[in-house]
Design a protein around this ligand. Structure first.
Ligand SMILES: NC(=O)C1=CN([C@@H]2O[C@H](COP(=O)(O)OP(=O)(O)OC[C@H]3O[C@@H](n4cnc5c(N)ncnc54)[C@H](O)[C@@H]3O)[C@@H](O)[C@H]2O)C=CC1
Ligand SMILES: O=C(O)C1=N[C@H](C(=O)O)C[C@H](O)C1
Length: 267
C-alpha cells in the first residue's frame, strides 16, 4: 500500500515514517510538512533517523496524494480538514490521529467521509481502545453514586486539552450511563465551585516533562473506588495502530470509522 505521512517532522510523523518502512506491504511515497517548515526538501528517512529513503519532505500535497492509496495524518486541526478534502477528492483512505478538532472541523471530516474511508480516533493504541470498552462497561454497571473523574497527563508541548483520549473515555463512560457527555462534563475546577453534582463527569489535564500519555478513569463511590488506567510508554503504540487502521481501510466503502471498528471492539 502506497502511503503518505503528513506532519512528517513532528513527534508522531517521525515515528510513523519508521513504522511504515518496517511494515510488510507498506511503502512510503510521500512526506508532507507545513509551508515554510525547516525540513522541506530533507529526506524523510534521514529525518526519522533510519537512513536515506529517497522521499523528500514537501509542502506540495496535491501531486503526492495523486500517487497514494492512503494518508496517515497526525498534525493540527486546520491541516487535517484540508487533508480530508484532498483524500476525499483522491478517494484514498485517511487515518486521522489529530486531536483538538472543533465541532465545525468534525462536520467537515464527516462530509469528506462520504467520499473516502476515514478512520479517526483520539488514541490509536490497542490498550486505550480496550480501556474505553471497559470504562463503558463499568459505567453501565454502576449507578451515579459512583462519581466519574478522568485524569490525564501529557508532555509539556501538547497544545490541546483535555486530550482526545480523555474525551474518548468520557464519551465511553457517558454512553455506558446512557447520558450525553456535553450535559454532564465538568472541565477542571477552580474557586468556589460548590459541591459536586450527582452524575457529573469531571476532567483534569496535567502537563509536564516528556510524558507520552497517561489516562485514568476513576469511579469514586461510597467507601470504595475503582480506577482504570493506561500508560503509554512509547509512541510506537500509536503509529502501529495507525498502520493497522490504514491497511484495514484499504478498499473499504466510504464512511467514518473508529479504531474500535478496526480492532473489532464495536458493539
Ligand atoms: N490519535 C492518537 O493515537 C495520537 C494523536 N496524537 C495527536 O497527533 C497530533 C500531532 O502530535 P505530535 O506529533 O506530538 O505534534 P507535533 O507538533 O510534534 O507534530 C505536528 C506536525 O504537524 C505539522 N503541521 C502543521 N501544519 C501542517 C500542515 N498544514 N501540513 C503538514 N504538516 C503540518 C507541524 O509542523 C508538526 O511537524 C496532535 O493533535 C496529538 O494530540 C498524538 C499521539 C497519538
Ligand atoms: O499529543 C499527544 O502526545 C497525544 N495525544 C493524543 C490525545 O490527545 O489523547 C493521544 C496520546 O495520548 C498522545
Amino acid at each position: 500500500m502506497r502511503l503518505i505521512v503528513t506532519g512528517a517532522s513532528g513527534r508522531m510523523g517521525r515515528e510513523l515514517i519508521r513504522t511504515v518502512v518496517e511494515t510488510d506491504g507498506a511503502v512510503l511515497v510521500g512526506a508532507i510538512e507545513r509551508d515554510g517548515a525547516a525540513e522541506i526538501g530533507a529526506d524523510a528517512g534521514e529525518l526519522a533517523g533510519i537512513g536515506h529513503l529517497g522521499v523528500p519532505v514537501t509542502d506540495d500535497a496535491l501531486p503526492v496524494f495523486a500517487r497514494a492509496d492512503g494518508v496517515i495524518d497526525f498534525t493540527v486541526p486546520v491541516a487535517t480538514v484540508a487533508f480530508a478534502e484532498l483524500a476525499a477528492q483522491a478517494r484514498i483512505a485517511h487515518i486521522v490521529g489529530t486531536t483538538g478538532l472543533s465541532e465545525d472541523d468534525d462536520a467537515k471530516l464527516a462530509a469528506a467521509a462520504r467520499h473516502a474511508a476515514v478512520v479517526r480516533s483520539g488514541n490509536m493504541s490497542l490498550g486505550v481502545n480496550l480501556l474505553a470498552a471497559l470504562a463503558k462497561k463499568v459505567a453501565a454497571a454502576l449507578d451515579p453514586d459512583f462519581d466519574i473523574e478522568i485524569v490525564e497527563m501529557h508532555h509539556r508541548n501538547k497544545v490541546d486539552a483535555p486530550s482526545g483520549t480523555a474525551l474518548m473515555l468520557g464519551e465511553a463512560a457517558a454512553e455506558g450511563r446512557e447520558v450525553a457527555l456535553d450535559q454532564h462534563a465538568v472541565w477542571t475546577r477552580h474557586g468556589q465551585t460548590g459541591a459536586r453534582k450527582r452524575g457529573d463527569i469531571g476532567f483534569q489535564a496535567l502537563r509536564g516533562g516528556t510524558v507520552v500519555g497517561e489516562h485514568t478513569v476513576i469511579f469514586a463511590g461510597p467507601h470504595e473506588r475503582i480506577e482504570l488506567s493506561h500508560r503509554a510508554e512509547d509512541r510506537g503504540i500509536f503509529s502501529r495502530g495507525a498502520i493497522k487502521a490504514v491497511l484495514w481501510a484499504r478498499g473499504r466503502k466510504p464512511g467514518l470509522y473508529s479504531m474500535a471498528d478496526v480492532l473489532g471492539l464495536s458493539d
